[in-house]
Design a protein around this ligand. Structure first.
Ligand code: GLU
Length: 282
């Protein structure tokens, strides 16, 4: 068994992260497996070196140990570029020049078609504006230096693979993937030539991860990951989407809601054992 914890250094860790780190660590320990730590820092605007140091400090306080070297996504952009080339060769991605405002305007314009779903698990679905550009239009806009993202053409992708898409979750059992619910997701962003979906799939395969543990909030994203694995000829690991730690207000803890950090918890004098108890771990 090979497990991993894959935080983004975009803030200090909170107790939700502690649970998300302890689950794969203990799974690996109990099964004579390996536990890896991966730093997901493709978002150069939000990620900072001091937060990465904070991750190491907090995980060490929790008593975790991990294999070295730690994989840092920003050091491996060539791996994501190779995956993009494969998808390009398969003809399942297209450049998208839309800004957020363009997308909003297009959605407002096409409101008149009530039978077409407009919302996906992560918000408004991409209305497909750039999917139908001609090759000439694409080429000339790229030649003009128009910034563009790369999107997955989910309908074409589903045509390109022949096998039914299923994956297994420890709690939910066998899941039939419906990646079309996400619409044509971005695989390479305008500001960075990869995305969460692409990097996580490439890395989990390159690192030989056999059990992906992560919060329930990413359950639906696995449908897209499973499709990418099929397109890139990568194995689909087992998944375990665990419950999220919620604050007193019932909301899931999040860095952007200023959840209490592990650093604060540590400084308040709480011990890791007390924290584990609070998290329902023995
Ligand atoms: N970097 C992602 C996060 O912090 C990890 C998601 C995953 O484990 O796949 O949410």
């Amino acid at each position: 068994m090979v497990t991993r914890f894959a935080p983004s250094p975009s803030g200090r860790l909170h107790s939700g992260h502690a649970l998300a780190a302890l689950i794969p660590f203990r799974e690996a320990q109990q099964n004579d497996g390996r536990f890896l730590l991966r730093i997901e820092d493709i978002d150069r605007e939000r990620c900072r070196a001091e937060f990465e140091d904070g991750i190491f400090e907090d995980l060490a306080w929790l008593g975790l140990t991990w294999e070295m070297p730690v994989r840092r996504q920003s050091d491996h952009m060539q791996d994501y570029a190779a995956a993009i080339s494969t998808l390009e060769e398969r003809g399942v991605i297209y450049p998208c020049f839309c800004s957020r405002a363009d997308i909003r305007a297009e959605i407002a314009r096409s409101d008149s078609a009530p039978h077409v779903p407009t919302m996906g698990p992560d918000g408004a679905l991409y209305p497909g504006t750039c999917r139908n550009l001609t090759m000439d239009e694409r080429d000339s806009r790229i030649a003009d230096g128009d910034a563009h993202a790369l999107r997955l053409d989910v309908a074409k992708a589903l045509e390109a693979i022949h096998s039914p898409l299923t994956w297994h979750d420890r709690l939910a059992g066998d899941v039939v993937a419906k990646p079309q619910a996400h619409g044509d997701v971005v695989l390479a962003r305008k500001d960075t030539p990869t995305s969460y979906h692409l990097s996580v799939v490439v890395d989990d395969a390159l690192q030989g991860i056999t059990l992906v543990t992560r919060g329930q909030d990413l359950f639906e994203a696995t449908d897209i990951h499973c499709l990418l694995q099929a397109l890139l000829d990568l194995p689909t690991p087992e998944y375990f989407h665990h419950d999220l730690v919620r604050g007193e207000d019932g909301r899931r803890l999040a860095t952007r809601h200023k959840a209490r950090t592990l650093e604060d918890i540590r400084q308040s004098g709480m011990t890791p054992t007390e924290l584990f108890q609070q998290l329902g771990l023995d």
